[in-house]
Design a protein around this ligand. Structure first.
Ligand code: PLP
Length: 376
């Protein structure tokens, strides 16, 4: 038998796993601390965790684990349609985390010789999904302020199959201006290019409803919108997300996905989480208040250059502190604080970090350790 590596498809051989935040177990292993002793600012999810109603629904769904789950998550698709209005269950596909849908979309639509356009920096799995499909990503660097330059995108996307956009973007926490988004989508439509628009963090942005493109899927049949139960809903470990698009796109994806891709516990928890408007409201109020407070404290660290933030996390240039992101991350980890070292992001040098907004007590601990470690 030849080594398995030699027998793998070319596209798989060259794949490298993407680096992510939230690797708390790994961090615990490195420091000798227990998992519970680490405060995770590297993963930007709801600091309150999921709704209690979602947890209760998950517990109740344990009674169903002897049977297969609903392969197409119909009850949840109906619940999502009711939540947004103006769309039906046939406009929705549910995935094992929204990440599954990036891979599914690339796999279903990229054919030999296709390219896909991706911003830099942005979430790393778009690149991996394209490479896994066997095709080629093309990168468009964001401008010096980390904004999307519409003319660069429009120039580079000519002849591409898909454009990936993230709104607000990870790791920068910045929204794409509505006019820029519309210009890119309309140009893409004229050129038969899909726009894969990741709105996973939009629920943390004030005015989410007005900023979302969900109600534009009829106008733009080239548009696929990604959402997740990982972020504001806090169902992070259950792995569940969804996509919204024209029935035509959804039908292709429903045929292409594996059966039973989402387990019965995740489906039940997501249905209950959507109904708990109060938990979402409490979360939004907390993030608004704590984000202001955290920003005011972070701003007192003179050597930090904090970028304007639209989502529930901050993107910070720490060059003037004298630390690289890797050095600072390691120093903080010794004190039980995990932040995101952004040097693994394409288009970012070794001096950028990302920190999530958490609860007051947790944010205060971050600030206390940062002020002690970074002496201006
Ligand atoms: C912008 C963005 N999209 C998607 C994901 C993946 O989310 P999920 O947990 O739904 O797979 C992440 C995770 O960090 C992300 O930052």
């Amino acid at each position: 038998m030849k080594p398995a590596e030699n027998l793998a498809k070319e596209s798989i051989k060259n794949l490298k796993p993407c680096i992510h935040g939230g690797e708390v177990l790994d961090a615990a292993g490195k420091t000798g601390l227990r998992r519970e002793e680490i405060l995770d600012f590297s993963s930007s999810v709801n600091p309150l965790g999921p709704s209690k109603k979602a947890i209760d629904a998950a517990k109740k769904a344990f009674s169903q684990i002897a049977a297969y789950p609903d392969s197409n998550s119909n009850e949840l698709r109906q619940a999502i349609a009711s939540h947004f209005k103006g769309i039906t269950k046939d406009n929705i596909i549910v995935g094992n985390g929204s990440t599954e849908l990036m891979y599914l979309f690339a796999d279903a639509f990229m054919v030999k010789g296709d390219t896909a356009v991706i911003g830099a920096p942005t979430f790393g799995e778009y690149e991996s999904a394209i490479k896994k499909s066997g095709e080629i990503p093309k990168f468009v660097k964001l401008n010096n302020n980390f904004n999307v330059d519409p003319s660069a995108f429009i120039r580079e996307m000519s002849g591409a199959k898909i454009v990936f956009l993230c709104n607000p973007n990870n790791p920068t926490s910045m929204l794409i201006p509505a006019e820029t988004l519309t210009e890119i989508i309309e140009t893409a439509l004229k050129q038969n290019i899909f726009v894969f628009l990741d709105e996973d963090f939009l629920e943390f942005v004030e005015n989410e409803k007005a900023l979302s493109m969900i109600n534009k899927i009829e106008k733009y049949p080239n548009l696929f919108i990604l959402r997740s139960f990982t972020k504001i809903f806090g169902l992070t470990g259950l792995r569940i997300g969804y996509g919204i698009a024209s029935e035509e796109i959804i039908n292709v994806l429903l045929c292409a996905k594996i059966p039973w891709n989402v387990n019965c516990i995740a489906q039940a928890a997501a249905v209950a989480a959507l109904k708990d408007e109060r938990h979402l409201q409490i979360t939004r109020e907390l993030i608004k208040k704590e984000k202001e407070q955290l920003l005011s404290e972070l701003s007192k660290i003179d050597s930090f250059n904090i970028f304007p933030s639209d989502a529930n996390f901050f993107f910070i240039n720490i060059r003037k502190s004298g630390f690289t992101a890797t050095e600072l991350t390691s120093k903080l980890l010794n004190e039980g604080i995990l932040i995101r070292d952004c040097s693994s992001f394409r288009g970012v040098d070794q001096y950028f970090i990302r920190v999530a907004v958490k609860t007051r007590v947790e944010n205060e601990r971050l600030i206390e350790v940062l002020k002690r470690t970074v002496k201006d």
